[in-house]
Design a protein around this ligand. Structure first.
Ligand code: KG4
Ligand code: ZN
Length: 341
């Protein structure tokens, strides 16, 4: 069985074909990073225009790379939420058209779910596990009890962690996206700035929430007060971020007694985050799992794979009148597709 997956939730246009027997057959991503660099972040109108321009050529290349034509596809997977609505509608419209032409089912995929299940392309992780999804648009913690059994634990109250990386990088004049540059510079720096660890150590049922906008402002205040080496700022900022991400995940691991943790999304490429999760895993008795580096940031393969799983495990599909959603939690997405005829 072969599924096609389309991802256009933010600024990357991704299309991939996945085969149950052979794995990823193709994975084409057209990135808009250079285009958005001038803005220091993603500019929605520009992103939508680029998706319109790229979607069909990317689809064509994904089919050619895989050596398949549309008649050989068993289902069309599409990221339906969350993301920039102007971007989501372009992928969704393309997917609906393909579903209509091929008479193959339209399979809904949640963007966060796709990031998490990208890990499974290379290896199975036993359920239940705690999942931390960290990217430019999201910072969320879930308890994953099985496929389509997702319990929301918490998320960011303001900026996503990748967004904080990008904003701090902008303050330092390091360009966009900021994560990889800060990651690299931090290796040469020392932790000289005293920065807060927002919401770390909180108690109660809301303790799995995050907040990064105060941390970003704290960096800005320090930069106004004194002059520091960029490496030291990068190191200080990154240590604060990693302390919070690892600390809250470990709290969830203890609370639910799980033995496995999945860390996914663009920021999961971060070398210090990976190192600290392996250290924490040794001390706490859990195994951390990360997607391979090429599947950390947005791509079509995570969508074609998750769609394959949906088609073969639960067979849930959506109708051609479906509208994508800019905001939708992963647990509510599952409730929604269960109601879908
Ligand atoms: O998952 P992704 O491609 O897009 C969203 O769904 O948002 O994530 C992009 C984010 C950017 O904010 C980028 O700065 C960050 O991931 N990122 C990193 C690293 N590589 C990418 N952040 C920290 N360290 C990295 N090595
Ligand atoms: Zn993403």
């Amino acid at each position: 069985m072969i599924t096609l997956g389309i991802e256009t939730s933010c600024d990357d246009t991704g299309v991939s074909l996945y085969s149950g027997g052979e794995g990823i057959l193709s994975n084409v991503v057209s990135s808009q990073v250079d285009l958005h660099a001038n803005w220091g972040g993603v500019y929605p109108d520009l992103a939508a225009r680029e998706h319109t321009r790229n979607i069909i050529p990317v689809l064509d290349k994904a089919l050619k790379d895989a050596g398949k034509d549309l008649s050989q596809i068993d289902g069309i997977g599409i990221t339906v939420a969350p993301g920039l609505i102007v971007s989501l509608v372009i992928g969704t419209s393309a997917a609906k058209t393909l579903s209509l032409i091929t008479k193959k089912p339209l399979i809904p995929v949640h963007h966060i779910e796709a990031h998490i299940f990208a890990v499974f392309i290379e290896k199975e992780v036993p359920f239940p596990f705690v999942a931390l999804v960290v990217s430019g648009g999201h910072t969320e913690l879930y308890l994953i009890e099985g496929f389509e059994r997702y319990r929301y634990l918490g998320g960011t109250l303001d900026d996503a962690v990748g967004e904080a990386y990008d904003k701090v990088a902008r303050m330092l004049g390091l360009g966009y996206p900021g994560g990889p540059v800060i990651d690299r510079l931090a290796k040469e720096g020392r932790e000289v700035l005293k920065l807060p660890r927002p919401l770390l150590g909180d108690k109660g049922k809301n303790r799995f929430n995050f907040s990064f906008s105060g941390l970003k402002s704290a960096v800005m205040r320090e930069l106004e007060k004194g002059s520091y080496r960029k490496e030291d700022v990068a190191r200080s900022f990154q240590e604060a971020v990693v302390d919070v991400l690892v600390g809250k995940t470990v709290d969830a691991v203890r609370e639910f007694g799980v033995k496995n943790v999945v860390v996914a999304g663009g920021v999961s490429a971060n070398s210090r985050l990976r190192e600290r999760f392996f250290e924490a895993g040794k001390g706490e008795g859990f195994t951390p799992h990360f997607p391979p580096l090429y599947l950390c940031t947005d791509n079509g393969a995570m969508v074609s794979y998750t769609a394959y799983r949906r088609l073969t495990e639960t067979g849930r599909t959506i109708g051609l009148d479906f509208e994508p959603k800019a905001r939708l939690r992963m647990d509510r997405f599952v409730e929604m597709i269960k109601r879908s005829p």
